[in-house]
Ligand binder design. Sequence first.
Ligand code: NAP
Length: 337
Amino acid sequence: MKKSTISVALLGCGNVGSGTFRVLEENAGLIARRVGAEVRVKAILVKDLGKERDPGIPRQLLTDDYSAILNDPEIDIVAELMGGLDPAIAYMEQALQAGKHVVSANKAALARSGEELTRKTLEQNLMLRYEAAVCGAIPVMNAISTALAANEITRIQGILNGTTNYILTRMDEDHAPYAQVLKDAQDKGFAEADPTGDVEGYDAVNKLTLLIAAGFGEYISPDDIQREGITGVTEEDLRNAAAQNKKIKLIATAVKEKDGIRAWVRPESVPAENPLSRVRNEFNAVLISCNMADDIFLQGRGAGPLPTGSAVAGDIVEIAACIARGTDKSALPTWRL
Ligand SMILES: NC(=O)c1ccc[n+]([C@@H]2O[C@H](COP(=O)([O-])OP(=O)(O)OC[C@H]3O[C@@H](n4cnc5c(N)ncnc54)[C@H](OP(=O)(O)O)[C@@H]3O)[C@@H](O)[C@H]2O)c1
């Protein structure tokens, strides 16, 4: 059935939720032309209704009642932008069960439950998209699952975490110790108060699990990916690397070998000829090696309200266009089963 208005519910109104709302609002005209229908946010789920928020968020859209969203037949798309595993995974399952398409930015939840959610999505003839979950604004999931779909992917290598890349860049360029740079990154909002998820590589392994599922059609749990963070990297390591014209980066790698996929996240000395060596500060990048297209290098902003909101809104636009044209089918799922 074709529709002239596509209604969306955002679950979460933090960095990503508010950024997504702004992208959909400010670019509403061009989005409506591209979709062939108006795309409107009908509800925004939050935990604390009393919290002070960006004045650009209309208060009448806020709700703390998820069942009202599930039971609203007008809502076509649910965008899960809350984070965490519980209740995010259950909320995505319930949205699919209620016949709603799902978009998410939540790499932790998808790295645990993406395969199951994808099966449920296909059974229900719905769509599940999560471009924002891996490297924010960089369209890497779309590139792998659609534009490069006719290739065999042989290797994926990337700088998947902006916080650690910022810390390593500042340590290298300012000749400053890890603890000092971490504190500076926390003061500037590039690192969280508890930086463990970033600096120990947990965030990067979650994203690598999603890249492996999209690129190789295999599931490797984040727990089974060899992982080493950046807390052991010293100024001396960076100086020694520089003397060989190399840069130390937290690199995530997945390689297709005869006997399966090998995957790891660890600090590596990257030679100058590898474009990943030139990715500075909070930027992310991915190098994809393919048997037909050869090497593809993608770089951009991996976090922040608008870059991440751009990726979430892009997924919403794609799904909305399918609904508007009456072709709501997920022909090429992002998680290759
Ligand atoms: N930040 C980034 O740049 C970035 C980039 C890529 C991906 N992501 C991913 O995007 C997701 C969201 O990140 P964020 O930085 O936007 O988080 P955030 O700023 O902490 O916002 C989380 C939002 O979710 C709401 N929420 C949390 N638990 C809820 C619950 N049980 N019921 C209802 N609402 C709930 C919160 O409500 P209240 O406002 O009422 O507290 C808040 O509005 C995470 O999965 C993260 O990994 C973030």
